[in-house]
Design a protein around this ligand. Structure first.
Ligand SMILES: [Zn+2]
Ligand SMILES: [Zn+2]
Length: 382
């Protein structure tokens, strides 16, 4: 698949304005309703723009490429995601980071009104979102979770048709059985024919003579549903997973909305994540630092031996390769960065004090023992 930046012909450092400008130009050029238009190219452009115009999705793309989207969604066609989105993606989304309104730019370019440009009219189900708390380890290694939520789902009695079982079907008066409402739009590109599904019959051209009693003819009903969420290894706090078609059911069996899972990761008591690296600190004694030692370090994979060479200074960082977090969608892992902190001894026995004083003398250092052991150490050559 082509790189989104290449698709729009902009550099990776392009500003939001550059991207918008490049998109408008290309969308004009390749719009399928235009002579010489190219449907495939147009979809690619839209897909690229949908991602690059959204700061959080853009940074995700810069970091992970397309893997995240694919890992999270249940394999939806990116264009249908786009198409459903435009003209009203933000419905049901409060502060969603995908809350981009394509209606604006399209009404801008093609003179469509927001609603006319939505292929599924008002029938599409609403997007839902929910938070999911997972442990640090689950985020690192991936997991599967069952989530339960109450939502408007397909009516179990009529299967979404809205018809009372056994009811006869009559031709829809609004679309005359076509299922579509056609209209001509005058735009700067000339007249463009648009058709939207009929909102009366939900695009099916027929209306039942008796409505389903369970759902009142809407084809949907409030239900509690349990959904399996596959969490890819390497997901981080604040990222979202999109489950295509798992939002609320659409009117009369039309397309369902999507469910967005906001991932919240619980902190680990000793390990902290920085991108794909894990950072941690270990205390070692003054003696271990001076003489060298081997210590056990806690990692995501259990304890790992780390060799501390003689003469190690406090604050030195050791790298444990491949002990970090997987890059989303790959098996490649970051590293663990271990900072050693040297602990100055505090409770010293008489014997220890004497030995340390001897060491100080050996080094030619002045130690003011009278004023408390170590609160004043000076180099006599200063
Ligand atoms: Zn029903
Ligand atoms: Zn109709």
């Amino acid at each position: 698949m082509a790189d989104y930046y290449d698709t729009l012909g902009v550099s990776r450092r392009a500003s939001a304005d550059d991207i918008k400008r490049a998109y408008r130009k290309l969308a004009h050029e390749h719009h399928p309703d235009k002579t010489g238009g190219d449907d495939k190219k147009f979809r690619e452009i839209n897909e690229a723009y949908q991602v690059l115009s959204d700061p959080s999705r853009r940074s995700q793309y810069d970091q992970f490429g397309r893997t995240f989207q694919e890992a999270g969604s249940s394999g939806g066609d990116p264009f249908s995601d786009f198409a459903r989105g435009f003209g009203g993606f933000s419905q049901g989304q409060g502060s969603g980071d995908f809350g981009f309104d394509f209606g604006d730019i399209f009404s801008d370019i093609f003179g469509f009104g927001g609603n006319a440009s939505r292929p599924s009219g008002r029938a599409r189900g609403i997007d839902l979102q929910m938070d999911l708390v997972i442990t640090f380890g689950e985020a690192v290694f991936g997991t599967e979770k069952d989530v339960s939520l109450q939502k408007l789902d397909t009516c179990p009695m009529c299967g979404g048709s809205g018809a009372e079982p056994g009811a006869k079907l009559a031709t829809c008066g609004k679309c005359h059985g076509q299922g579509q409402i056609k209209r001509m739009q005058r735009t700067i590109l000339g007249s463009i024919a648009t058709s939207t599904p009929c909102d009366e019959c939900g695009g099916r051209g027929k209306i039942p003579e008796a409505s389903c009693k369970t759902c009142g003819g809407r084809g949907t009903k409030q239900q509690i549903k349990t959904i399996k969420v596959v969490i890819p290894p390497g997901i981080d706090d604040g990222q979202r997973i999109r489950l295509t078609g798992q939002g609320e059911a659409g009117y009369l069996g039309s397309a369902a909305g999507d469910l967005f899972i906001n991932i919240k990761v619980q902190p680990h008591p000793t390990l902290r994540r920085e991108g794909n690296h894990i950072v941690s600190e270990v205390p070692i004694s003054f003696y271990q630092a001076a003489l060298g030692t081997k210590i056990q370090v806690e990692t995501l994979d259990g304890p790992v031996e780390l060799r501390i060479p003689a003469g190690t200074q406090s604050g030195k960082i050791f790298r444990l390769r491949g002990r970090g977090v997987a890059h989303l969608g790959t098996k490649r892992r970051g590293d663990q960065l271990v900072t050693v902190r040297i602990i100055t001894p505090t409770k010293l026995s008489r014997k220890e004090k004497e030995l340390l004083q001897q060491m100080a003398q050996e080094k030619g250092e002045f130690v003011d023992v009278e004023r408390g052991m170590w609160d004043k150490i000076k180099n006599q050559f200063e």
